[in-house]
Design a protein. Structure first.
Length: 376
């Protein structure tokens, strides 16, 4: 790509693309395939707000296709004390998970695995985010969740969370129940079925079964920061608010098959001509900051952020994101640990192909520094 075309793409990133709704990571992208000492921050002994506020949690998302004890051990050795366990099936497929009996069977299997993950987390000093990564009923056009329009799926979502909370009630190895990954509700919903109301109903069901474990509530439109301008506070105790940070998508996803991605190696970070840098990110995150200012005591968790292996200066992007999360006192998990090759910090590009790196990559070095709290 010529420099002129790159600058034109920058202009798009700074405008429409920065606030546009990102598409889900495709199924193909999702399924591509010097350690630091473990963090000295141990999990709190109870789910009280003071303990949560006193600790800082940093980590990464676990692979969606299977988690091994070695994954938790390695993350702990890198300095992580938090991992997001994603329960995903049919990701990227339209109208998946409509057979609710099959969905329940799949959930039960993932919860059986979660028992092992929690044992490993306790062994290595990590806490676990329990992430329902896909909803019953799946997504329709534009990623719109069908449960925001069809009560059968909304009711099943609520009962699923009631079941999860009953099974893991008060388990102190759990950081929080992440109700639904990247809710998307762009079309008018029937009364009580919008993204906020359905999550709130599930949160109330969780509280009836488990009065202690924190509940993680996600913002609309793929959990983007700008949607916090419309976010309403949740009138329950122990709520953590989540956001995902991929802005600008054209930069972070370049070289992938995302619909808004720029070609590989076409945009860099930082870039003064495009205005890309830490202050640009600060502006994107401002609605979340304003939400926190209006609602003192709000706890924020950045569940996903990343930049692809094809993005020049990705290590600088990661450091800028982490520095802001640290400045604001937000917990975070990187997307993702040993999953898609594009996001895996242990991969590099040689001769136009993604391959395992023979040494620590710049992206991995930035993540390791972040995990031990050394990025400012």
């Amino acid at each position: 790509m010529s420099r002129a075309l790159a600058i034109a793409c920058c202009a798009l990133c700074g405008g429409a693309l920065a606030a546009a709704t990102p598409e889900p990571h495709s199924a193909a992208d999702q399924h591509d395939r010097a350690a630091l000492q473990a963090s000295s921050i141990a999990p709190p002994s109870q789910h009280d707000s003071a303990a949560l506020q006193a600790a800082r949690y940093r980590g990464a998302m676990l692979p969606s296709w299977g988690v091994k004890e070695e994954d938790l051990r390695t993350l702990a050795s890198w300095g992580a004390n938090l991992a997001r366990y994603q329960m995903a099936v049919g990701w990227g497929k339209k109208n998946a998970n409509r057979d609710l009996a099959e969905f329940d069977k799949w959930v039960d299997g993932k919860l059986d695995v979660l028992d092992d993950v929690l044992d490993w987390a306790g062994k290595y000093g990590l806490r676990i985010v329990v992430d329902l990564h896909v909803p019953p009923g799946g997504r329709g056009e534009g990623g719109e969740m069908n449960m925001f329009h069809e009560r059968e799926y909304a009711d099943h979502f609520i009962s699923t969370w009631r079941r999860i909370a009953r099974r893991f009630r008060g388990d102190r190895r759990i950081y929080g129940y992440d109700l639904i990954n990247e809710p998307t509700n762009n079309k008018p919903s029937p009364d009580g079925l919008d993204y906020w109301s359905v999550q709130f109903a599930a949160a109330k069901a969780v509280r009836e079964e488990d009065p202690e474990t924190p509940i993680i509530f996600e913002s609309n439109m793929w959990c983007q920061a700008p949607t916090y301008a419309q976010m309403k506070p949740v009138p329950l105790d122990g709520v953590i608010y989540q956001l995902h940070m991929y802005a600008p998508v054209a930069y972070t996803h370049q070289g992938t098959n995302h619909g808004q991605a720029a070609p590989a190696n076409s945009l860099r970070w930082p870039d003064t001509e495009c205005g890309f840098g830490r202050d640009w990110l600060r502006g994107i995150l401002q609605p979340v900051r304003e939400f926190c200012e209006k609602n003192p005591g709000t706890r924020i968790y950045v569940g996903e952020f990343s930049a692809s292996v094809w993005a020049p200066g990705a290590e600088n992007y990661l450091r800028d994101c982490i520095a802001l999360f640290e400045e604001y006192g937000w917990d975070w998990t990187y997307h993702a640990f040993r999953e898609s090759k594009s996001w895996n910090v242990e991969m590099t590009v040689e001769d136009g192909k993604i391959v395992p790196a023979r040494e620590v990559t710049p992206r991995k070095r930035a993540l390791l520094e972040g995990l031990r709290g050394a990025v400012r």
